[in-house]
Design a protein around this ligand. Sequence first.
Ligand code: HEM
Length: 313
Amino acid sequence: MTTPLRLQPVIHNLSSENALFIVLGINSGETSLETIKDFCANFSALARSLNNRFPDGNFGAVLGFGSKAWDQLFPNQPKPKELSEFQEIKGEKHTAVSTEGDLFFHIRANKVAICYELASIINAKLKEATFCISETSGFRYFDGRAILGFVDGTENPEAVIAQGYAYVGSEDAEFTGGSYAFIQKYLHNMDKWAGLTTEQQEKVIGRRKFNDVELEDDVKPLNAHNVVSKAFDEDGNELKIVRGNMPFSNPAKGEYGTFFIGYARSFKTTRQMLEHMFLGSKEGYVDRLLDFSTPISGTLFFVPTYDFLDDLE
Ligand code: HEM
């Protein structure tokens, strides 16, 4: 009997009440690399401990590596086929910027305290070896809405098929069970957004605001987000990724945003979605949502299996 792969929970507990998204850079020096490898080898045990301590906590945590970090940490090991630095996508009006990131943690739980618990352990273990690039606290907004007021995540693939869209298969045999995580932190221009009527906002997203029902084809514009962001294979079949976006906000500072995260079996699918949004769809339409949303980061990570991490010991 073959032992099943131990996968990181990239598609689980995405509807938790809270999340922390942490991006770290690696400090120079061999000691930093050794500290990080030791930590990674213990990561599945840390996650197991939190799951055992809080069985009803809707807890999940994922660890990913950027391309440069992979080369530094695992110089003598093979590399996931599609792991490279994200190349900026510059459209006529909007740009999907590329920003640095070596280690990425996506921590989910219903209680902020549980997210904090893991984040503080990570900090205690890695503070000498890394520096913080960004830390974002996401929260579930009512019935899973983006801060723009629309339900986000509806067209995510259902659990039974999500695995096939989120995890690498036999096409990269050494990394089967891993996943490509692409993150972008978006800031929204809320005054401009609030200046639209509900009907105009619905045409930007492509769905009804109150009940999340998709607009009829004859009403939905070709530049609506849910039209432009779709990806297809050569035969025209739709391709999917698994999105785990969360709103974040500091109202006193006037900061309103969406932390976009897409897990994919192949980064090509996510990239195609981004190219449609920023450069234009096959019909030539750029995503109208970008007139109200600006990405201030964009980084690709690879999330290997727990087996890969444990073997770093
Ligand atoms: C759909 C919000 C960025 C890919 C949606 C929906 C909302 C939404 C409200 C409709 C409900 C649903 O099906 O989930 C946002 C916000 C974003 C953002 C607020 C950031 C400002 C992105 C990015 C991608 C993406 C960067 C791809 C890389 C998709 C896809 C769908 C979707 C594939 C489903 C389309 C369909 O088949 O109906 N998004 N999104 N989104 N979004 Fe986004």
